[in-house]
Design a protein around this ligand. Structure first.
Ligand code: DC
Length: 225
């Protein structure tokens, strides 16, 4: 049973989920849990050990890790134990390995457990791949957020260019498509739209338009006191 109202936002990489989820949570005064950041944190911790990837090691670390979020302005700071990992979990090395880590059943069990515990405490927005299907299947407010591969690569490329990095757009599209495939075809909790989720293609929508659509839906679905 949950005490509060859970908004579940799922969708593929680069659809803008975290930006939208953070904005919607701030507008509503809800907590925001970036579940992708949690799988990235486990991956970061694994890389820190200097040992090669194994399911056993990933599962062990996921069982021990303490992840916390601290929203600050338009950022959601992420901490593993006492170390800030906000930037490090977005590194190319973490991004490359995270889909494998997220496919390990023991990792998913540990993360879903933590997500349910955090989500049960009050009103919350969670974004990820399996929030509406597995983590909170009873949520009355589920959104499946997506955009074309071309548009997602364009958005991601723009972010990288703003950080001063050179961007190969074709390579970026291929990388996004490969991650979609891995996330959708894995055996445990694959990315898929929940039957009762609202499908939102954001290819031609601005961030404010998408946030507005989610806030309207939340207003309709929120149980009246
Ligand atoms: O949203 P993101 O790119 O930060 O997610 C990182 C990876 O974690 C992505 O490859 C899929 C995985 N993930 C998952 O399996 N389940 C979630 N609820 C969230 C993310």
């Amino acid at each position: 049973m949950t005490k509060g109202f859970v908004i579940a936002i799922d969708g593929p990489a680069g659809a803008g989920k975290s930006t939208i989820a953070r904005k919607a949570a701030a507008a509503l005064g809800f907590a925001y849990i970036d579940t992708g950041a949690m799988y990235r944190s486990v991956t970061w911790k694994l890389l820190q050990t200097g040992k090669p990837f194994s399911e056993e090691l990933a599962g062990k670390l996921a069982g021990e890790i303490r992840i916390s979020f601290r929203p600050e302005g338009n950022r959601n700071r992420v901490f593993v134990d006492e170390t800030e990992v906000t930037e490090d979990i977005r590194s190319a090395a973490v991004t490359k390995l995270v889909s494998r880590v997220a496919a390990v059943p023991a990792v998913r069990e540990a993360m879903v457990d933590q997500q349910r515990r955090m989500g049960r405490e009050g009103n919350v927005v969670l974004d990820g791949r399996d929030i509406g299907t597995v983590v909170f299947p009873d949520s009355p407010c589920k959104i499946y957020l997506t955009a074309s591969v071309e548009e997602r690569a364009r958005r991601r490329g723009k972010e990288l260019e703003e950080k001063g990095q050179a961007v190969d757009y074709k390579a970026l599209q291929a990388e996004i498509a490969a991650r979609d495939k891995q996330d959708m075809e894995r055996a445990v909790s694959p990315l898929k739209q929940a039957d009762d989720a609202i499908y939102l293609d954001t290819s031609d929508m601005s961030i404010d338009e998408v946030t507005g659509a989610i806030l309207r839906l939340a207003g309709e679905r929120r149980p009246k006191a």
